[in-house]
Design a protein around this ligand. Structure first.
Ligand SMILES: [Zn+2]
Length: 688
């Protein structure tokens, strides 16, 4: 028979607590990190409830590591701006060993120190991640922000709370106010695993661990962040109400006591020779580190000196980053492949004998364009020097001519599209050759569709690159409007997705649902989705703001003679862009696509409300709980009407809009006497 909770003696409770904690952690990992839950949500909830009950009865069992203290919380807003109480400076860079000498001498001169006085320097790797500032009040994490421009960052508190390396509550006796600065990063092996998962799911592949870390932190849904294997190193302080150490080295140790991981390996150097030796040691062993680094950071150890040195422009005088040189390697260029882009541009890519450069396996490198290949005389079969610097795409630097095989042939850039075989022409003044195949070019068509459903356009989940490609081949989606006919075709029995390999009833329904959820789209996103050459998100917004609705836009764009000058009057649109825009609308096929899409969609006209007429202009608003539209959309709507959207309730809050399941924020609003509105009341207020 199972013991009831009340029969537990303390030892029993302790071991049960440990067991439950382990089980919950295991299932968290299965669910979040590996996407392979082993138990149902209900079973999981049961474990958590038991743990909570146990901790209620034996509060001494609660530690900061307990799963009850680490709950993935949904973000309340899409990144409110936060001002840093102490600016987050960026480091100056140096590149040569001799520069280290200058760095130390400048400090010596500034502090007026004799040559005999040692200047101790802390040297630690410069992690290639995302800087973050964590604010703790009375030991509790109250705010996490990105660096932003150094004075103002974005509130990423909810997302950061899902990172295991970041304690929600500090150990030891931290100062009342303590800001901890450090780097959010992803290990290389975790990065490789994540990309593999992404690929299998047909989702975005990240270029490098830093991009993956940044992309993961800036998710609107913290549940996604929680699934990403993020880590954190603490390395500095922002605002702090009490001095916690006299040295940088001491701060490192204190941070560890508070519960952080400190950047490793780190060295305390007492002279220039030691600094340079340390630099070369880290440089040579960098591939063995599990994470990417791009240099070594030097910091003056004595904090009173740091204080006196202060900063110049945006960088501290007491610290600098000694950057690593770009990594180079020699390998064989197997083949020059020509890729066709969405707008028909042909791009040459070098396919390489795979080689490790700076700890990363490289098998492709960019060759830029036709002239570049000619200038460097790059040929297939050549031994080439490739270079990788930071997160830049690897490039071919030069050819080792002495290793060139006899009989090798100069590379002739094709004058036909490798995909559709149409003529590829190079217009005057342009570096690139372009396929003229237009509609018959498959690669362009597929890439246009991929663009159409991409995140900043229609953002249709479940239609990854691979799926678009096979749907195109099978004739399921040939043109954007076909996407919106999928449901109809399934219902009438013309199409069956659920029996495809790897699909099922659920994935079929999910896809239909995500397509249907995008049938309403703002004009600017619609324009962007069309993929007009040179027209990015910003220009799409300009067009939407100036032409308001789709019919007006189309009518005017069909009338180039009258409209050309007017279009050029828009700040941000030049002649070459204008040509591309009119060129797009001059094409009957494109107009047909727009007509067909209009039958499937509601294209929301660009809103130009005079915000002075809005009742909520200048008001501070907090959303909490679930409402019928997404939080980011609600926020955008409120902001369009001139309101400020905040993530937390205070006396300054004018309205709290409470949806279903509102918790602590609703309670706080009621305590402070802030006006609380339900969703209908909010709609009425914001539309009046
Ligand atoms: Zn083509």
């Amino acid at each position: 028979m199972n013991k009831s909770l009340f029969d537990f003696d303390k030892e029993d409770a302790k071991s049960r607590h440990k067991k439950l904690t382990e089980q919950i952690r295991h299932h968290d990992r299965k669910y979040y990190a590996e996407d392979e839950p082993e138990i149902s949500d209900a079973q999981y909830d049961k474990l958590r409830i038991e743990l909570e009950k146990l901790e209620k009865q034996y509060p001494e069992l609660v530690t900061k590591e307990s799963p009850t203290q680490k709950v993935g919380i949904s973000p309340e807003t899409a990144f409110t701006k936060v001002k840093h109480s102490v600016p987050m400076l960026s480091l100056s860079n140096l590149f040569e060993d001799e520069d280290v000498h200058d760095f130390i001498q400048r400090i010596r001169r500034f502090l007026n120190l004799p040559e005999t006085e040692n200047i101790e320097i802390v040297a630690e790797p410069k992690i290639d991640g995302l800087s973050c500032s964590l604010r703790y009040e009375n030991g509790k994490l109250v705010m996490a922000a990105t660096r932003g421009d150094g004075t103002e960052g974005e509130d990423i508190t909810d997302n950061v709370k899902t990172i295991n390396d970041i304690p929600h509550e500090l150990s030891d006796t931290p100062p009342e106010i303590l800001e901890v600065r450090g780097e959010i990063y992803m290990r290389r092996d975790d990065f490789a695993k994540l990309n593999k998962q992404q690929e299998e799911k047909g989702q975005k592949i990240f270029a490098n661990p830093r991009n993956a870390a940044a992309g993961s932190v800036r998710q609107l849904d913290s549940k996604i962040t929680a699934k990403r294997p993020l880590k954190f190193f603490a390395y500095a302080l922002g605002e702090h109400s009490k001095i916690i150490s006299k040295t940088q080295w001491g701060i490192r140790n204190k941070l560890e006591k508070y519960g952080f991981k400190k950047t490793e390996p780190a060295y305390l150097c007492s002279n220039i020779d030691e600094i340079i030796k340390t630099y070369h040691h880290i440089l040579q062993t960098r591939a063995k580190l599990p994470f990417d680094i791009d240099g070594v950071v030097y910091k003056v150890n004595r904090l009173d000196w740091q204080e006196r040195l202060g900063f110049v422009a945006r960088s501290p005088r007491w610290a600098t980053a000694h950057k690593f040189p770009a990594e180079q390697a020699v390998t064989i260029l197997r083949k020059i492949k020509i890729q066709v882009g969405r707008t028909g541009i042909l791009t040459p890519v070098a396919e390489l004998e795979p080689i490790t450069v700076g700890g990363v396996v490289v098998s492709r490198a960019t060759l830029h364009n036709e002239d570049e290949i000619k200038r460097k005389d790059i040929r297939e079969g050549d031994h080439v020097i490739i270079q990788r610097a930071g997160d830049v795409i690897p490039q071919v630097v030069s050819v080792l001519m002495e290793k060139r095989k006899t009989g090798s042939e100069e590379f002739i850039f094709p004058d036909h599209c490798p995909d559709c075989k149409s003529l590829a022409i190079r217009e005057k003044g342009e570096a690139a050759r372009r396929c003229t195949g237009g509609l018959i070019c498959k690669e362009q068509a597929v890439l246009r569709l991929i663009h159409f459903v991409s995140r900043d356009a229609f953002n249709i989940e479940g239609l990854g690159d691979k799926i678009i490609r096979s749907f195109w081949e099978e004739g399921i989606i040939k043109s954007p409007e076909d996407i919106f006919k999928i449901e109809e075709k399934i219902k009438s029995g013309q199409l069956n997705l659920k029996d495809r390999e790897g699909w099922g009833e659920l994935s079929q329904n999910n896809l239909i649902e995500s397509i249907n959820s995008r049938r309403k789209i703002p004009l600017d996103k619609f324009i962007y989705a069309l993929g007009i050459r040179q027209i990015g998100q910003a220009t799409s917004k300009l067009l939407a703001a100036n032409y308001h609705d789709i019919d007006n836009l189309v009518t005017n764009m069909k009338n180039k003679e009258e409209e050309y000058e007017k279009l050029l009057e828009i700040d941000g649109i030049g002649e070459s862009m204008a040509d591309d825009i009119f060129g797009f609308f001059a094409e009957p096929h494109n107009l047909k696509i727009i007509e067909n899409l209009k039958k499937e969609l509601e294209i929301i006209p660009y809103q130009t409300i005079d915000i002075n007429d809005s009742k909520i202009a200048g008001k501070t608003i907090v959303f909490t709980g679930n409402i019928s539209i997404s939080r980011s959309e609600a926020k955008a709507q409120a902001e369009k009407l001139g309101a400020k959207v905040s993530g937390s309730v205070s006396k300054k809050t004018d309205y709290v809009i409470a949806g279903q399941g509102s918790g602590s924020k609703l309670k706080k609003a009621q305590e402070l006497g802030v006006t609380v509105l339900n969703e209908d009341e909010w709609k009425e207020l914001s539309s009046s």
